[in-house]
Design a protein around this ligand. Structure first.
Ligand SMILES: Nc1nc2c(ncn2[C@@H]2O[C@H](COP(=O)(O)OP(=O)(O)OP(=O)(O)O)[C@@H](O)[C@H]2O)c(=O)[nH]1
Ligand SMILES: [Mg+2]
Length: 375
Protein backbone atom coordinates (compact mmCIF):
# COMPACT_ATOMS: atom_id res chain seq x y z
CA UNK A 1 0.00 0.00 0.00
CA UNK A 2 2.72 2.44 1.11
CA UNK A 3 4.83 1.57 -1.97
CA UNK A 4 1.87 2.07 -4.34
CA UNK A 5 1.23 5.56 -2.96
CA UNK A 6 4.93 6.37 -3.34
CA UNK A 7 4.86 5.18 -6.98
CA UNK A 8 1.76 7.27 -7.66
CA UNK A 9 3.42 10.42 -6.27
CA UNK A 10 6.57 9.72 -8.28
CA UNK A 11 4.57 9.21 -11.48
CA UNK A 12 2.70 12.52 -10.96
CA UNK A 13 6.01 14.35 -10.37
CA UNK A 14 7.62 12.88 -13.53
CA UNK A 15 4.61 13.84 -15.70
CA UNK A 16 4.49 17.38 -14.24
CA UNK A 17 8.24 17.85 -14.86
CA UNK A 18 7.88 16.57 -18.42
CA UNK A 19 5.07 19.05 -19.19
CA UNK A 20 7.18 21.88 -17.74
CA UNK A 21 10.19 21.06 -19.95
CA UNK A 22 8.02 20.78 -23.07
CA UNK A 23 6.39 24.17 -22.37
CA UNK A 24 9.73 25.95 -21.86
CA UNK A 25 11.18 24.42 -25.04
CA UNK A 26 8.13 25.29 -27.13
CA UNK A 27 8.21 28.89 -26.01
CA UNK A 28 11.88 29.21 -26.98
CA UNK A 29 12.01 26.96 -30.01
CA UNK A 30 13.49 27.66 -33.45
CA UNK A 31 16.81 29.11 -32.39
CA UNK A 32 20.13 28.82 -34.17
CA UNK A 33 22.04 30.25 -31.23
CA UNK A 34 24.31 28.08 -29.14
CA UNK A 35 22.97 27.02 -25.74
CA UNK A 36 23.27 29.78 -23.24
CA UNK A 37 23.98 29.67 -19.55
CA UNK A 38 23.44 32.39 -17.01
CA UNK A 39 26.87 33.58 -15.90
CA UNK A 40 28.37 35.94 -13.39
CA UNK A 41 28.85 39.47 -14.64
CA UNK A 42 32.47 40.19 -15.58
CA UNK A 43 32.43 43.44 -13.67
CA UNK A 44 32.20 41.56 -10.38
CA UNK A 45 35.58 39.79 -10.36
CA UNK A 46 37.01 37.90 -7.42
CA UNK A 47 39.63 39.88 -5.49
CA UNK A 48 43.22 39.15 -6.57
CA UNK A 49 46.59 40.29 -5.39
CA UNK A 50 48.43 42.39 -7.98
CA UNK A 51 52.10 42.52 -8.88
CA UNK A 52 52.77 39.22 -10.57
CA UNK A 53 53.13 39.30 -14.31
CA UNK A 54 51.99 35.77 -15.05
CA UNK A 55 49.06 34.06 -13.43
CA UNK A 56 48.41 30.38 -13.74
CA UNK A 57 44.82 29.27 -14.20
CA UNK A 58 44.71 25.58 -13.39
CA UNK A 59 41.75 23.78 -14.90
CA UNK A 60 40.58 22.72 -11.47
CA UNK A 61 39.30 26.15 -10.44
CA UNK A 62 38.24 27.09 -13.96
CA UNK A 63 34.53 27.67 -13.47
CA UNK A 64 33.50 30.67 -11.42
CA UNK A 65 29.89 29.61 -11.21
CA UNK A 66 28.68 26.06 -11.40
CA UNK A 67 26.52 25.70 -14.50
CA UNK A 68 22.88 25.12 -13.66
CA UNK A 69 21.43 21.63 -14.01
CA UNK A 70 18.71 22.66 -16.43
CA UNK A 71 20.06 24.47 -19.51
CA UNK A 72 17.41 26.74 -20.95
CA UNK A 73 17.07 26.96 -24.71
CA UNK A 74 18.28 30.39 -25.92
CA UNK A 75 16.14 33.09 -27.44
CA UNK A 76 16.02 33.08 -31.23
CA UNK A 77 17.86 35.70 -33.27
CA UNK A 78 14.46 37.08 -34.20
CA UNK A 79 13.71 37.68 -30.51
CA UNK A 80 17.13 39.20 -29.90
CA UNK A 81 16.69 41.61 -32.78
CA UNK A 82 13.28 42.80 -31.57
CA UNK A 83 14.44 46.41 -31.42
CA UNK A 84 16.06 46.38 -34.87
CA UNK A 85 12.99 44.62 -36.23
CA UNK A 86 10.67 47.24 -34.78
CA UNK A 87 12.41 49.84 -36.98
CA UNK A 88 11.06 47.96 -40.00
CA UNK A 89 7.72 46.80 -38.56
CA UNK A 90 5.81 50.02 -39.28
CA UNK A 91 7.07 50.21 -42.85
CA UNK A 92 6.26 46.56 -43.49
CA UNK A 93 2.73 47.03 -42.12
CA UNK A 94 2.36 50.16 -44.26
CA UNK A 95 3.49 48.40 -47.44
CA UNK A 96 1.32 45.33 -46.85
CA UNK A 97 -1.69 47.47 -45.83
CA UNK A 98 -2.06 48.87 -49.35
CA UNK A 99 -3.62 46.99 -52.21
CA UNK A 100 -0.82 47.81 -54.63
CA UNK A 101 2.61 49.46 -54.64
CA UNK A 102 2.39 53.24 -54.34
CA UNK A 103 4.77 56.14 -53.79
CA UNK A 104 4.07 55.81 -50.05
CA UNK A 105 5.36 52.22 -50.16
CA UNK A 106 8.78 53.46 -51.30
CA UNK A 107 8.70 56.29 -48.76
CA UNK A 108 7.90 53.90 -45.90
CA UNK A 109 10.82 51.65 -46.79
CA UNK A 110 13.21 54.54 -47.39
CA UNK A 111 12.42 56.00 -43.98
CA UNK A 112 12.89 52.64 -42.24
CA UNK A 113 16.25 52.06 -43.93
CA UNK A 114 17.46 55.51 -42.92
CA UNK A 115 16.24 55.05 -39.34
CA UNK A 116 18.06 51.71 -39.18
CA UNK A 117 21.23 53.62 -40.12
CA UNK A 118 21.83 51.81 -43.37
CA UNK A 119 23.16 55.14 -44.65
CA UNK A 120 21.88 57.60 -47.23
CA UNK A 121 23.92 56.31 -50.17
CA UNK A 122 22.98 52.65 -49.83
CA UNK A 123 19.35 53.49 -49.03
CA UNK A 124 19.07 55.52 -52.23
CA UNK A 125 20.59 52.66 -54.24
CA UNK A 126 18.24 50.12 -52.67
CA UNK A 127 15.11 52.22 -53.24
CA UNK A 128 16.14 53.11 -56.81
CA UNK A 129 16.64 49.39 -57.48
CA UNK A 130 13.14 48.66 -56.18
CA UNK A 131 11.61 51.43 -58.29
CA UNK A 132 13.21 49.93 -61.37
CA UNK A 133 11.91 46.45 -60.57
CA UNK A 134 8.41 47.84 -60.11
CA UNK A 135 8.51 49.95 -63.27
CA UNK A 136 9.60 47.01 -65.41
CA UNK A 137 6.89 44.84 -63.77
CA UNK A 138 9.38 42.44 -62.24
CA UNK A 139 7.69 43.25 -58.94
CA UNK A 140 3.95 43.91 -58.77
CA UNK A 141 2.69 42.87 -55.31
CA UNK A 142 3.46 44.47 -51.89
CA UNK A 143 4.89 41.22 -50.48
CA UNK A 144 7.12 40.88 -53.55
CA UNK A 145 8.42 44.38 -52.90
CA UNK A 146 9.50 43.36 -49.38
CA UNK A 147 11.00 40.11 -50.68
CA UNK A 148 12.93 42.00 -53.36
CA UNK A 149 14.35 44.41 -50.78
CA UNK A 150 15.34 41.59 -48.41
CA UNK A 151 16.96 39.68 -51.27
CA UNK A 152 18.94 42.74 -52.39
CA UNK A 153 20.09 43.48 -48.83
CA UNK A 154 21.23 39.87 -48.40
CA UNK A 155 22.96 39.96 -51.78
CA UNK A 156 24.93 43.03 -50.79
CA UNK A 157 26.37 41.15 -47.83
CA UNK A 158 27.12 37.98 -49.77
CA UNK A 159 30.59 36.79 -50.63
CA UNK A 160 32.55 38.31 -47.74
CA UNK A 161 35.06 36.10 -45.95
CA UNK A 162 33.72 35.95 -42.41
CA UNK A 163 35.94 33.23 -41.04
CA UNK A 164 38.22 34.03 -38.13
CA UNK A 165 41.67 33.41 -39.56
CA UNK A 166 43.74 30.84 -37.82
CA UNK A 167 46.94 29.57 -39.40
CA UNK A 168 48.07 26.29 -37.99
CA UNK A 169 51.84 26.45 -37.78
CA UNK A 170 54.84 25.17 -35.96
CA UNK A 171 54.31 24.55 -32.26
CA UNK A 172 55.57 27.58 -30.38
CA UNK A 173 54.19 30.02 -32.94
CA UNK A 174 50.77 31.09 -31.67
CA UNK A 175 48.14 32.94 -33.65
CA UNK A 176 47.28 36.30 -32.14
CA UNK A 177 43.84 37.89 -32.30
CA UNK A 178 43.83 41.53 -31.24
CA UNK A 179 40.72 43.39 -30.13
CA UNK A 180 40.50 47.14 -30.58
CA UNK A 181 37.82 49.80 -30.34
CA UNK A 182 36.52 52.82 -28.46
CA UNK A 183 35.59 52.70 -24.76
CA UNK A 184 32.88 50.40 -23.50
CA UNK A 185 31.94 48.79 -26.82
CA UNK A 186 32.37 45.22 -25.52
CA UNK A 187 35.98 44.24 -26.32
CA UNK A 188 36.68 42.41 -23.08
CA UNK A 189 33.27 40.72 -23.00
CA UNK A 190 33.74 39.55 -26.60
CA UNK A 191 37.15 38.07 -25.73
CA UNK A 192 35.54 36.23 -22.81
CA UNK A 193 32.77 34.77 -24.94
CA UNK A 194 35.09 33.86 -27.80
CA UNK A 195 37.68 32.27 -25.52
CA UNK A 196 35.10 29.87 -24.16
CA UNK A 197 33.98 29.09 -27.69
CA UNK A 198 37.52 28.39 -28.91
CA UNK A 199 38.37 26.29 -25.87
CA UNK A 200 35.19 24.27 -26.35
CA UNK A 201 36.24 23.83 -29.98
CA UNK A 202 39.53 22.27 -28.88
CA UNK A 203 42.04 25.12 -29.10
CA UNK A 204 44.35 26.18 -26.34
CA UNK A 205 44.09 29.87 -25.57
CA UNK A 206 45.98 32.43 -23.49
CA UNK A 207 44.67 35.90 -22.69
CA UNK A 208 46.92 38.95 -22.72
CA UNK A 209 45.57 41.85 -20.66
CA UNK A 210 46.77 44.69 -22.85
CA UNK A 211 44.40 47.13 -21.17
CA UNK A 212 46.78 48.42 -18.52
CA UNK A 213 44.98 51.73 -18.30
CA UNK A 214 42.90 50.73 -15.28
CA UNK A 215 43.42 47.89 -12.82
CA UNK A 216 39.79 46.78 -13.07
CA UNK A 217 40.29 45.90 -16.74
CA UNK A 218 42.74 43.09 -15.96
CA UNK A 219 40.48 41.90 -13.16
CA UNK A 220 37.56 41.73 -15.56
CA UNK A 221 39.60 39.72 -18.06
CA UNK A 222 40.82 37.43 -15.27
CA UNK A 223 37.22 36.53 -14.49
CA UNK A 224 36.68 35.48 -18.09
CA UNK A 225 39.97 33.54 -18.08
CA UNK A 226 38.85 31.69 -14.97
CA UNK A 227 35.54 30.90 -16.54
CA UNK A 228 37.15 29.37 -19.62
CA UNK A 229 39.97 27.77 -17.63
CA UNK A 230 42.80 29.50 -19.48
CA UNK A 231 45.96 31.30 -18.48
CA UNK A 232 46.20 35.08 -18.43
CA UNK A 233 49.23 37.34 -18.63
CA UNK A 234 48.78 40.77 -17.15
CA UNK A 235 50.99 43.69 -16.24
CA UNK A 236 51.00 46.34 -13.58
CA UNK A 237 48.61 49.26 -13.96
CA UNK A 238 50.12 51.78 -16.36
CA UNK A 239 52.55 49.26 -17.88
CA UNK A 240 53.31 49.47 -21.59
CA UNK A 241 50.49 47.51 -23.30
CA UNK A 242 52.79 46.31 -26.08
CA UNK A 243 55.17 44.73 -23.60
CA UNK A 244 52.32 42.94 -21.80
CA UNK A 245 51.01 41.55 -25.08
CA UNK A 246 54.54 40.61 -26.17
CA UNK A 247 55.04 38.76 -22.88
CA UNK A 248 51.72 36.99 -23.38
CA UNK A 249 52.78 35.81 -26.83
CA UNK A 250 56.16 34.59 -25.56
CA UNK A 251 54.47 32.78 -22.73
CA UNK A 252 51.99 31.14 -25.15
CA UNK A 253 54.86 30.16 -27.46
CA UNK A 254 56.77 28.56 -24.59
CA UNK A 255 53.75 26.48 -23.72
CA UNK A 256 52.70 25.63 -27.29
CA UNK A 257 49.40 27.45 -26.85
CA UNK A 258 47.49 27.83 -30.14
CA UNK A 259 45.97 31.24 -29.75
CA UNK A 260 46.55 34.49 -27.86
CA UNK A 261 43.63 36.87 -27.47
CA UNK A 262 44.95 40.34 -26.76
CA UNK A 263 42.74 42.89 -25.05
CA UNK A 264 43.50 46.59 -25.47
CA UNK A 265 42.26 49.67 -23.67
CA UNK A 266 39.30 51.48 -25.16
CA UNK A 267 40.45 54.61 -26.95
CA UNK A 268 38.85 57.46 -28.79
CA UNK A 269 39.57 57.22 -32.49
CA UNK A 270 40.20 60.95 -32.49
CA UNK A 271 43.13 60.79 -30.03
CA UNK A 272 46.20 60.50 -32.22
CA UNK A 273 48.61 59.52 -29.41
CA UNK A 274 46.39 56.57 -28.47
CA UNK A 275 46.06 55.50 -32.07
CA UNK A 276 49.84 55.67 -32.32
CA UNK A 277 50.06 53.43 -29.25
CA UNK A 278 47.88 50.91 -31.08
CA UNK A 279 50.26 50.95 -34.05
CA UNK A 280 53.09 50.14 -31.67
CA UNK A 281 51.12 47.31 -30.02
CA UNK A 282 50.55 45.79 -33.44
CA UNK A 283 54.22 46.19 -34.48
CA UNK A 284 55.53 44.65 -31.28
CA UNK A 285 53.01 41.79 -31.40
CA UNK A 286 54.50 40.75 -34.75
CA UNK A 287 58.08 40.90 -33.47
CA UNK A 288 58.10 37.77 -31.32
CA UNK A 289 57.09 34.20 -31.94
CA UNK A 290 53.46 34.90 -32.80
CA UNK A 291 51.52 35.90 -35.90
CA UNK A 292 48.69 38.43 -35.76
CA UNK A 293 46.04 36.74 -37.89
CA UNK A 294 43.06 38.83 -36.81
CA UNK A 295 42.68 42.42 -35.68
CA UNK A 296 39.04 42.72 -34.73
CA UNK A 297 37.44 46.11 -34.39
CA UNK A 298 34.61 45.99 -31.89
CA UNK A 299 31.76 48.39 -32.63
CA UNK A 300 28.70 49.06 -30.50
CA UNK A 301 25.67 48.75 -32.80
CA UNK A 302 23.75 51.34 -30.82
CA UNK A 303 26.14 54.07 -31.97
CA UNK A 304 24.96 53.78 -35.57
CA UNK A 305 26.75 55.85 -38.17
CA UNK A 306 29.40 56.99 -35.67
CA UNK A 307 30.66 53.41 -35.85
CA UNK A 308 31.55 54.09 -39.46
CA UNK A 309 33.78 57.01 -38.49
CA UNK A 310 35.44 54.85 -35.83
CA UNK A 311 36.03 52.08 -38.34
CA UNK A 312 37.76 54.49 -40.74
CA UNK A 313 40.16 55.76 -38.08
CA UNK A 314 40.99 52.36 -36.64
CA UNK A 315 41.53 50.95 -40.12
CA UNK A 316 43.99 53.76 -40.67
CA UNK A 317 45.94 52.88 -37.50
CA UNK A 318 45.86 49.09 -37.65
CA UNK A 319 45.13 46.56 -40.31
CA UNK A 320 41.54 45.77 -39.24
CA UNK A 321 40.56 42.33 -40.56
CA UNK A 322 37.02 42.17 -39.26
CA UNK A 323 34.32 43.80 -37.19
CA UNK A 324 32.52 42.47 -34.15
CA UNK A 325 29.18 44.27 -33.89
CA UNK A 326 28.03 44.16 -30.28
CA UNK A 327 24.81 45.08 -28.50
CA UNK A 328 22.72 44.30 -31.53
CA UNK A 329 20.14 43.07 -29.03
CA UNK A 330 19.58 46.61 -27.80
CA UNK A 331 19.94 48.50 -31.07
CA UNK A 332 17.43 49.89 -33.52
CA UNK A 333 20.35 50.67 -35.83
CA UNK A 334 21.42 47.26 -37.11
CA UNK A 335 21.65 48.78 -40.59
CA UNK A 336 25.18 49.90 -39.77
CA UNK A 337 26.27 46.43 -40.96
CA UNK A 338 25.56 47.52 -44.53
CA UNK A 339 27.46 50.77 -44.22
CA UNK A 340 30.53 49.08 -42.70
CA UNK A 341 30.68 46.36 -45.31
CA UNK A 342 29.67 48.27 -48.40
CA UNK A 343 31.48 51.54 -47.75
CA UNK A 344 34.55 50.23 -45.95
CA UNK A 345 34.82 46.68 -47.20
CA UNK A 346 35.46 45.30 -43.71
CA UNK A 347 33.53 42.08 -43.07
CA UNK A 348 31.34 41.83 -39.99
CA UNK A 349 32.46 38.49 -38.56
CA UNK A 350 30.65 38.21 -35.25
CA UNK A 351 27.69 39.82 -33.58
CA UNK A 352 26.98 40.25 -29.89
CA UNK A 353 23.36 39.81 -28.90
CA UNK A 354 23.58 39.90 -25.10
CA UNK A 355 25.88 39.85 -22.12
CA UNK A 356 26.18 36.12 -21.43
CA UNK A 357 28.63 33.52 -22.69
CA UNK A 358 26.43 32.16 -25.47
CA UNK A 359 25.51 35.61 -26.78
CA UNK A 360 28.15 35.84 -29.48
CA UNK A 361 27.23 34.39 -32.84
CA UNK A 362 28.65 34.14 -36.34
CA UNK A 363 27.23 36.80 -38.60
CA UNK A 364 24.99 35.19 -41.22
CA UNK A 365 23.56 37.79 -43.64
CA UNK A 366 20.49 35.81 -44.75
CA UNK A 367 19.54 34.96 -41.19
CA UNK A 368 20.08 38.58 -40.14
CA UNK A 369 18.00 40.10 -42.95
CA UNK A 370 15.25 37.50 -42.49
CA UNK A 371 15.09 38.35 -38.80
CA UNK A 372 14.65 42.03 -39.67
CA UNK A 373 11.88 41.34 -42.15
CA UNK A 374 9.95 38.66 -40.30
CA UNK A 375 6.45 39.84 -39.51
N1 LIG B 1 23.36 43.93 -24.35
C1 LIG B 1 24.65 43.68 -24.63
N2 LIG B 1 25.61 44.13 -23.81
C2 LIG B 1 26.90 43.86 -24.15
C3 LIG B 1 27.25 43.15 -25.32
N3 LIG B 1 28.60 43.08 -25.37
C4 LIG B 1 29.06 43.72 -24.26
N4 LIG B 1 28.04 44.19 -23.52
C5 LIG B 1 28.12 44.96 -22.26
O1 LIG B 1 28.77 46.19 -22.50
C6 LIG B 1 29.47 46.62 -21.35
C7 LIG B 1 30.91 46.98 -21.70
O2 LIG B 1 31.57 45.80 -22.09
P1 LIG B 1 33.15 45.63 -22.00
O3 LIG B 1 33.46 44.28 -22.53
O4 LIG B 1 33.65 45.99 -20.65
O5 LIG B 1 33.61 46.75 -23.02
P2 LIG B 1 35.10 47.19 -23.38
O6 LIG B 1 35.10 47.56 -24.82
O7 LIG B 1 36.06 46.14 -22.96
O8 LIG B 1 35.24 48.48 -22.46
P3 LIG B 1 36.60 49.29 -22.12
O9 LIG B 1 37.64 48.28 -21.78
O10 LIG B 1 36.22 50.15 -20.95
O11 LIG B 1 36.93 50.11 -23.30
C8 LIG B 1 29.35 45.48 -20.34
O12 LIG B 1 28.34 45.77 -19.43
C9 LIG B 1 28.96 44.29 -21.20
O13 LIG B 1 28.25 43.32 -20.50
C10 LIG B 1 26.18 42.71 -26.18
O14 LIG B 1 26.37 42.09 -27.24
N5 LIG B 1 24.91 43.01 -25.79
MG1 LIG C 1 37.75 46.24 -21.78
Amino acid sequence: MGIEVLFLILAVLVVAFGIGVVLVNRRRSGSALPPQRPTARPDAPPPRSGGTLVEERPDTDAVVEAPPEVVEAPLSLRDRLAKARSTFAGAIAGVLGRTGITEESFEDLEEALLRADVGVGITTELIDGLREKVSNKEVTEPQELLDALAAEMTERLAGADRTLHFEPGEPGSPNVWMFVGVNGVGKTTTIGKLTKHEVDGGRTVLLAAGDTFRAAAAEQLTTWADRAGVEIVRGAEGADPSSVIFDGIERAAARNVDLVMADTAGRLHTKSNLMEELRKVRRVAEKGAGRVTETLLVIDATTGQNGLTQAREFREATDVTGVVLTKLDGSAKGGIVFAIETELGIPVKLVGVGESLGDLIDFEPAEFVDALFEH
